[in-house]
Design a binder for this molecule. Sequence first.
Ligand SMILES: [Ca+2]
Ligand SMILES: [Ca+2]
Ligand SMILES: [Ca+2]
Length: 419
Amino acid sequence: MKRTNKLFMSVLLTASLVIPAYSSDASAAPGSNEKFRVYVEAVSKSAKSTVKSQHKARWELTENGFSTEMNEKQFNALQKNKNVKLTRVQKVTVDTAVRASNSEVKAAEYPSQQTPWGIKAIYNNANQTSTTGGQGINIAVLDTGVNVNHYDLTNTVEQCKDFTRATPITNGTCNDANGHGTHVAGSALADGGSDKAGIYGVAPDSDLWAYKVLGDNGSGYSDDIAAAIRHAADQASSTGTKTVINMSLGSAGNDSLISSAVSYAYSRGVLVVAAAGNSGYSQGTIGYPGALPQAIAVAALENRQENGTYRVANFSSRGYASTDGDYVIQQGDIEISAPGAAIYSTWNNGGYNTISGTSMATPHVAGLAAKIWAQNPNWSNAQLRTNLQNRAKSVDIKGGYGAATGDDYASGFGFARVN
Ligand SMILES: [Ca+2]
Ligand SMILES: [Ca+2]
Ligand SMILES: [Ca+2]
């Protein structure tokens, strides 16, 4: 039976392009009318509403805080108001510094492999031909969007929302002109399509919440990302369902809007999984939000053995050797490793593509988390996290720079698997 992809387009992958994380906006020249994003933290609700009457809120992130847009002149004027603290909103990028392919990707009707190496590895079964699990669990993919018409994803889509446009949230729109988000979603929960001839992710029975927080160039604003994190947590609460947030994005700096949103989500029972970053292999290269204590930072494994285990990719960002062996998660620690090099998955043209990065490792862990949670629906996010850590401990990783016996700053506790 011929498969019908609803969207056909070709994407030309260029050589790897590394956008500096949290690259700031080009500063508007003094007196320029060009608007930029600002986060306003007021001392009180009334001070907040006074400012809001002059500057329309984009996101109401906290009781006294909101983001908005203004020009340099307005910014300078508002800075004189002692009742508010102003911060320029930072940019965050997706974490694909490494791309295995630089050729034109054509939409393919059928994948060349239904269970790529990462799926076989995380299932610990070289003969795995399909996957199951994750029923009733949501995986919120905060990314460049998702091609929700992709044959192998369309049946998994429960929400599709765009946080990058004018507020409020645009429902039913999450177009991915980049490819990154569609690839990430596929590794977590592609279901083989209605004909079961397509590709499989880790937990195909999960429900996809495709939240577009990044533009087509893979870059986005931290207030949009924070709003999406909070929205996922609120949706999890209002629907009474378990939710895993997948953030294959990051930057070197800790953004306060994102970190407070991650705390908000975690305290409401959401499990937050984030890429470690692609700035390895030196110590301390781990990015945020992965480096936050409440987010599980995921390192990338290659399909290559060293010291008798899979090897941590050189590009995978590292934590700090000073915490080796303690099996404790603090700020700046790598927590878990998963397949993240030469990963074959769904692409935004309706076909498939092979790319590398901790971005690709992260959805393997998000899918695994959803699969385990579906089997243990009474667990809290903290209990689920402990289970993931214990699985990782039982499959030590010793290959790659910084990897060693036991907890290490390259691979964290190890490789968490299904079996
Ligand atoms: Ca962390
Ligand atoms: Ca440690
Ligand atoms: Ca180890």
